[in-house]
Ligand binder design. Structure first.
Ligand code: ATP
Ligand code: MG
Length: 137
């Protein structure tokens, strides 16, 4: 069993979609073992998306991620990292497969409802940025 890190982004909390997204996550067999609603600081968002800092959309991305509350989560299950990426769908909702979270809910490539770690190593680092061990059960 494996863990991945998930964020329900500000467009999800704004539209009251946290329960609907969690239903898709749980139906896919992923267990929500950590969950907290927070307001991300600019510093947290810049650190979290540091790999994208040279990209043209970086400023917009940090603005968006700090524009409202987010729900940070730890998901657990067999092949959780790859499974959650599959459940999320493509970054651009126009390219996302039927039934995926982004196909069902995302509004644009920028406001795309969810984040999921792209590797087991990144999942560990991202979980550690937002959770202590006693907050996961
Ligand atoms: P995430 O890291 O959020 O799970 P991802 O791995 O599918 O998404 P990345 O390439 O890591 O996609 O991009 C990180 C985030 O940056 C995207 O989820 C999206 O919110 C934003 N982003 C990516 N490409 C664009 C773009 N062309 N224009 C605006 N925002 C973008
Ligand atoms: Mg990514």
């Amino acid at each position: 069993t494996e863990r991945t890190f998930s964020i329900l982004k500000p467009d999800a909390t704004r539209r009251n979609l946290t329960g609907a997204v969690n239903a898709v996550i749980e139906a896919a067999g992923l267990r929500i073992v950590g969950q907290r609603r927070i307001r991300m600081s600019r510093e947290q968002a810049e650190k979290f998306y540091e790999v994208h800092k040279e990209r043209p959309f970086f400023g917009e991305l940090v603005e968006f991620m700090t524009s409202g509350p987010v729900v940070v989560q730890v998901l657990e299950g067999e092949n959780a990292v790859a499974k959650y990426r599959e459940v999320m769908g493509a970054t651009n909702p126009a390219q996302a497969a039927e039934g995926t979270i982004r196909k069902q809910f995302a509004e644009s490539v920028g406001e795309n409802t969810v984040h999921g770690s792209d590797s087991v190593d990144n999942a560990k680092a991202e979980i550690a940025q937002f959770f202590t061990d006693d907050q996961i059960a």
